[in-house]
Design a protein around this ligand. Structure first.
Ligand SMILES: Cc1cc2nc3c(=O)[nH]c(=O)nc-3n(C[C@H](O)[C@H](O)[C@H](O)COP(=O)(O)O)c2cc1C
Length: 169
């Protein structure tokens, strides 16, 4: 799919078919994630791929807006390694860019996806830290829920002239 069409038609997909995503497609998403730009090219990310139902159930017990995981095929937990961030503090932007690449690539190859916020909500960060036994230098940034789509949504069309400023506020 042409890149502009992918960007402008991407929507959060929270209903999925009862069918597992194949490993090659998960690899495409991870390749896209790691193609993202990062401050000083630090690439401070790690990605935890989850496909066990009992882990999805556990996430729904501490994340209040994650019920779609109960029918998801996979989830990718995007994490930052503070030791790789080099104290630039850019890791939030870096992980956001990687996450958006996953969402757009999912759309491009016919998958449905939604970004579930984690950082900086302490209960959600701690919930994932405990569940996944994360070391202290690893911060779980967000979860991307994934599956073959079982819903269709129209493009969002949020273009808003009033948010554009030319040369001054
Ligand atoms: C930082 C962030 C956190 C989000 N957290 C959740 C979430 O916890 N659960 C959820 O269902 N959607 C979540 N979303 C998806 C938004 O609700 C969604 O992007 C927004 O409503 C716009 O809809 P669209 O993605 O279909 O264009 C999150 C999105 C972002 C960027």
């Amino acid at each position: 799919m042409e890149v502009l069409k992918v960007i402008q038609s991407r929507r959060s997909i929270r209903k999925y078919l009862d069918k597992k995503i194949v490993n090659d497609e998960i690899k495409v998403l991870l390749e896209s994630a790691m193609a993202a730009p990062s401050g000083h090219n630090n690439q401070p990310w790690h990605f935890i791929v989850i496909n066990q139902k009992e882990l999805f159930v556990k996430i729904t017990e501490f994340h209040p807006f994650s019920k779609m995981l109960l029918t998801a095929s996979h989830a990718i937990v995007v994490c930052c390694d503070l030791e790789l961030d080099g104290e630039t503090g850019f890791w939030v932007q870096d992980c956001s860019a990687a996450t958006q690449n996953i969402l757009l690539s999912a759309k491009a190859i016919g998958l449905g996806a939604v970004w579930l916020g984690v950082y900086p909500q302490k209960e959600l960060v701690d919930g994932l830290r405990n569940m996944l036994s994360l070391p202290n230098n690893i911060i779980p940034f967000c979860i991307v829920s994934l599956g073959y789509p079982a819903e269709e949504k129209p493009p969002s069309n949020r273009f808003n002239e009033s948010r554009i400023h030319m040369d001054k506020w």
